[in-house]
Design a protein around this ligand. Sequence first.
Ligand code: ADP
Length: 482
Amino acid sequence: MTYSIETVGKDLYIDGGWRPGSDGRRIEIFDPATEQPIASVADASVADGIAAIEAAHRAGPAWAAIAPRERAEVLRRAFDLMHKHKESLARLITLENGKALGEARGEVAYAAEFLRWFSEEAVRILGEIGTAPSGTNRMLVIRQPVGVSLFITPWNFPAAMATRKIGPALAAGCSVVLKPAPETPLTALAMAALFTEAGVPAGVVNVIPTSRAGEVTSAMLKDPRVRKLSFTGSTRTGRILLAQAAENVIKCSMELGGNAPFIVCEDADLDVAVASAMVAKLRNGGQSCTAANRFYAHKAVAAEFAKRFAGAMREVKVGPGMQDGTELGPLIHGGARNNVARLVDQALAGGARALSGGKAPAGKGSFYEPTVLFETRDDMPVMREEIFGPVAPIASFESEDEAIELANRTEMGLVSYIHTRDIGRGLRISERLEAGMVGLNRGLVSDPAAPFGGWKQSGIGREGAHEGILEFLETKYIATSW
Ligand code: ADP
């Protein structure tokens, strides 16, 4: 089995087999570096979506009934297979998503880690037992798989967003239907084949790319066999899905947008702050919900931080993801680049200064230059909207209280970053930030062993850690007299 662009399955993966869409439609996939088509995959219809649920529903009980140790070993084999095929999976990611090959390799390793972590969690699904306060009976609490789970994933991490959901679901004993983003279905289809190679039975993992997301998923959410929805994407789409899920009271996990502040205190180690800003800003070309979106530096260090940060940004090698030495690939498509360009142009027109970049380079591909904007203001769209590109707007603050107030002035609450040499101050600020995650002297928080998730409109529920598997387990309390 190989997972190259030539060999990867390009039809729908339902009930352990490949099939074309019921109405024969296809989705064209483009290489963001050239904006040329590279392949086409089957485009699932409503009937295909329902067929996938049917398959998952049929396969679920047998999967839930096998020994947790066996489920763990299947996941562990999938982890090993991802490492064995790391290079071809990374190339697939770069082809359809555009990210630099080095980053794609990093994504494969990160994605695989969710499978290893949840293979370890599969055998740690525990319950509780206690005596009722009245003393008359015992109270037993057990946890059981929630059932058929529907996953909707974005294009920015085509492998990791899939394994972060499939790993805990399989560990818990659930069967799944994955609807990947129409921009990046090839990686998801490769994962379907890889899970089968690892020993996942037919029907337990189904993958259905579709260009008709609204129509197909709303039909699936009306199907009473669907018990769980896990979504990663924009807050806008998350709201629509939550409303649809309300009808059948489907359990929801939502990983939505971010607008992460990055605070640099006057006592920060600026070399560390710049290195960490580079990671927080440029991971995945800035196309990540954890991307640092607004930089607030104390006025005593703001100019120096901005200068060093811009210097580092100018050194970044921009080019096609497959090219040797490329550090920053193109954005996902021309629309994304145009949106980034709009935000930068508005900021420049409003008085911000570009210390690096500030435009899209000429030529083919949806590239944008690594950009540092200095003296931005909070009323500029670049500070309020999710940028999703390699652009870092920097404003300054005068007091700790002001920095916290600015950081929290958003309806989002996914992650915040702080840099200070004073760890007591760092923890004090961390406690006051309205965010599900904090990077304290670190520009990277994601870890399969840690609970990933947001406060406020950034989401509901957690992925990774032990909490990640609880999202796929129902609690049952049994009142018992012995
Ligand atoms: P982005 O704008 O970054 O693509 P979206 O939230 O639109 O973010 O997309 C994330 C995922 O949600 C993708 O798989 C996309 O196909 C899917 N999606 C978009 N709109 C809907 C919808 N109305 N119903 C269900 N899924 C949707």
